[in-house]
Structures are given as C-alpha cells and as structure tokens.
Ligand binder design. Structure first.
Ligand code: TMP
Length: 239
C-alpha cells in the first residue's frame, strides 16, 4: 500500500512538474525597445516582428504611453497638453504609470500567457530615464513605483537603441519636414534634458547587463535590424 502510494505520489509530482515546465516553455517573450528621441524604435519593432513571423513566432506590437483605449487618451494628455495644463512632475510620472498598468493587464499579460511574444515600444525604463534622470525625480522611488505598476510582468530583454542627441534631433527634424508634424511636449525640452535622458539609459544598461543590450542606432535601419536579429537569435538558441 505504502509502495503504491509512493508510486502514485511520484507520478503526480512528475506530472505537475511537466505541466509547469510546459507552461513556462509556452509563455511568450517580452521584449522592450528603449532609446532617446529619433532612435528608430518603432521602425525596428516592426522589422523585428516581420523577422519573428518569418521563423514562425507570433509576435505583437504595442507602445507606451498608449496601447489601450485609455492609454491612448493618457498619451494625448501627456504629449499634447490636451488638458491645457501641463502635469506637475509627479503627476506626469503617475500618468505614465497608469497607462502602463492598463497596458500590462489588458494586453501584455494576456498575450504572454497565450504564448505570443510582445514587442513594446518603450516601457518602464523610459520613465526612469525621462522622469527620473531627465526631470530629476528620485530614481529609486521611480523604480519602486514600477514594481507596483508592472505587477511581476517584467521584460525578458531590453534593447537600448543608443544614439547621440544631435543625430536623434536631426532625424526628427527631417520627419517633421516630411510629415508636417510638430514637436510634442518632450521633444520641446531643452538639449540638456535629453542628454540626461541618454546618460540615464546608459546607466540603467550598465546596472542590468543581463537584461539590457545596447545597439548602435546611428547606423542605417537594415544594419540596426540585423544587429537586433543577432541578439534575438542568441536568445532563441538558449531556449
Ligand atoms: P514616442 O512614442 O514618440 O517615443 O513618444 C513618447 C514620449 O513620451 C517620448 O518623448 C518619451 C516620453 N515618455 C516619458 O517621458 N516617460 C515614459 O514613461 C514614456 C513611456 C515616454
């Protein structure tokens, strides 16, 4: 009887471990793209999704702030001063976090659980770089708020598309000319702000080398895409 029980117990434990293993294996990867203005994140996200789909991996694009109906409303408030009153520094931070939590719970977590990869154009490191290093809010407090917001949905990999502030702004100026767009609240910030943002990103990458990969975003889009694909291929080989 004891022997039978022990066999049954071993079988049960093995079965549960197998199911857990399958669930972990089936979970999609969460990849975030970060970088200063004009670093080409959106273009690279789309190119990456096409490459992933080419090897049979289903991946979806989303962005921050935004990605949900509520998040897109918040994006308008944040970028275009929709309310006619610029948010105070901490209010600004909390609006980004609100948009983020909505995106995590409504889009990112469900997609990952279904096995879909999520490619997110900006995530929590943008807040640390812009509101923490850029605006000067205490970085440790900002990071602590992220943990509450993301509720354990953390990126598996963060690609930092790095380039000089000058190159980024030249690209943006070109885009404005071509598309007739005008600068948003963040793009209007002084150069020193954007230099702090860039340095902030580089500090974050240095602090978490296992999550971050830095990519030279000053190169042409095809070269940047190939460099990113190299990193993703290594990630796939490790699976
Ligand atoms: P983008 O979609 O063109 O990158 O614009 C989003 C702007 O919002 C960009 O200037 C960076 C800024 N931003 C922050 O300041 N903090 C954040 O947490 C996020 C996600 C974006």
């Amino acid at each position: 009887m004891n022997r039978q029980f022990s066999c049954l117990f071993t079988f049960f434990v093995s079965f549960v471990s197998f199911v857990v293993y399958l669930l972990v294996l089936m979970k999609g990867k969460f990849i975030t793209l970060e970088g200063p203005e004009g670093s080409g994140k959106s273009t690279q996200a789309q190119m990456m999704i096409r490459r992933l789909s080419g090897v049979g991996i289903e991946a979806m694009y989303t962005r921050e702030p935004g990605g949900t109906a509520l998040g897109e409303e918040i994006r308008n408030i944040l970028q275009h001063n929709q309310a006619g009153e610029a948010p105070c520094e901490r209010a600004e931070l909390l609006l980004f976090e609100a948009s983020r939590n909505q995106l995590v719970e409504k889009v990112i977590r469900p997609a990952l659980e279904k096995g879909t990869w999520v490619i997110c154009d900006r995530f929590m490191d943008s807040t640390t770089a812009y509101q923490g290093y850029g605006r000067g809010l205490p970085v440790d407090d900002v990071k602590a708020i992220h943990q509450f917001t993301i509720n354990k949905v953390a990126p598996d990999l963060t690609l930092l598309l790095d380039l000089s502030v000058e190159t980024g702004f030249n690209r943006i100026a070109q885009r404005f000319l071509e598309l007739g767009e005008s600068a948003d609240r963040f793009e209007q910030e002084e150069r020193a702000f954007h230099e702090r943002v860039r340095r902030g990103y580089l500090t974050l990458a240095e602090e978490e080398p296992e999550r971050f990969r830095i990519v030279d975003a000053s190169q042409d889009p095809e070269t940047v895409s190939a460099a990113i694909w190299n990193i993703i291929s290594t990630l796939l080989e490790k699976e």
